[in-house]
Ligand binder design. Structure first.
Ligand SMILES: [Zn+2]
Length: 296
């Protein structure tokens, strides 16, 4: 859920959007006009898939804007707007369909034989969308994967609405329940990911690589490095480096700039704090001196 079109070309994205909209519309007919609740769940999730992909793309774009007067650390976190929009949309569909399905299951309903037909027709544009998405690079894999799930859902709906039309509405209701369960699963996964990301998680996987890089490329030792992930692949934090006593402000500034550059290549933005080599010793001596004077 909630994959953007960030890496697709404009015309290709437009084609994918239009094909997805066409597929969604055909499923809406199968659901609203011909009575299949399974088709209705599938149609609504297709439509919110599309809307949330658009929202994700918009927020991905907004998050790349440089820092300004009201966002001193950049706009990276705005990317979360896409996930939040997706969660709101999916939860709305989930709640509406839960009530609809409960009423349908209790009162019973009729599925017309045209429902599986329209759903099957609705699957075709998604096959085209997948074909378009392929060969568009590695970042497309997520979109392909997500659209493949659409196809599995499409097959589920065709089978269950066909059963609903020929045998009993219960088969259609079971198909709808399966799709709804998967929708709630997706909501849970997405919520979990979002909460983790905005919790200022430390990127432990690049922490040692970052320290090593500073040591190797700039030649200074790192006393402390604190980082947090602000957006996928974007990190901000602070670093404490140790320089020889008597280093001039100009030299220290030059080293700090090199540290910033070396880490910048890893997507890391840091504030550099400089300490002279033997600070700890001095501090220890100062504190023991304090103890001595207290004893006196
Ligand atoms: Zn701003």
């Amino acid at each position: 859920m909630g994959r953007g079109f960030g890496n697709l070309g404009i015309s290709r994205s437009l084609a994918v959007v239009l094909l997805s909209a066409l597929g969604g519309s055909l499923k809406v007919v199968g659901g609203l006009v011909y009575g299949s609740r399974a088709a209705l769940v599938d149609a609504l999730t297709s439509i919110v898939n599309l809307l949330s992909a658009l929202a994700v793309s918009k927020f991905e774009y907004l998050s790349t804007r440089p820092p300004d007067g009201d966002h001193h650390y950049g706009h990276y976190r705005l990317f979360a707007g896409g996930s939040i929009a997706a969660l709101v949309l999916y939860s709305t569909v989930g709640g509406a369909m839960l009530v609809e399905l409960a009423f349908g299951a209790v009162r019973g309903y009729e599925v017309h034989i045209y429902a599986p037909l329209y759903t099957a027709l609705g699957v075709a544009p998604y096959v085209l969308a997948i074909a378009l998405s392929k060969g568009a690079g590695r970042s497309y894999q997520t979109y392909v994967k997500f659209t493949s799930i659409e196809l599995i859902e499409g097959a589920t709906v065709v089978a269950s609405s066909l059963g609903g039309a020929l045998l009993s509405y219960v088969i259609d209701a079971l198909g709808a329940a399966a799709l709804l369960a998967y929708l709630y699963f997706e909501i849970a996964v997405e919520t979990r990911e979002l909460v983790h990301l905005i919790s200022d998680r430390a990127p432990t996987h690049i922490l040692s690589e970052a320290s090593r890089r500073v040591r190797r490329e700039v030649g200074v030792s790192v006393k402390q490095l604190r980082l947090r992930e602000v957006a996928p692949g974007r990190y901000q934090g602070d670093i404490t480096i140790v320089l020889p006593r008597g280093t001039s402000v100009e030299q220290a500034h030059d080293v700090a700039r090199k540290v910033e550059e070396a880490l910048g290549e890893l997507g890391i933005e840091v504030v550099v704090h400089v300490e002279p080599t033997d600070t700890e010793e001095i501090l220890r001596r100062e504190s023991s001196a304090t103890v001595l004077s207290l004893n006196r």
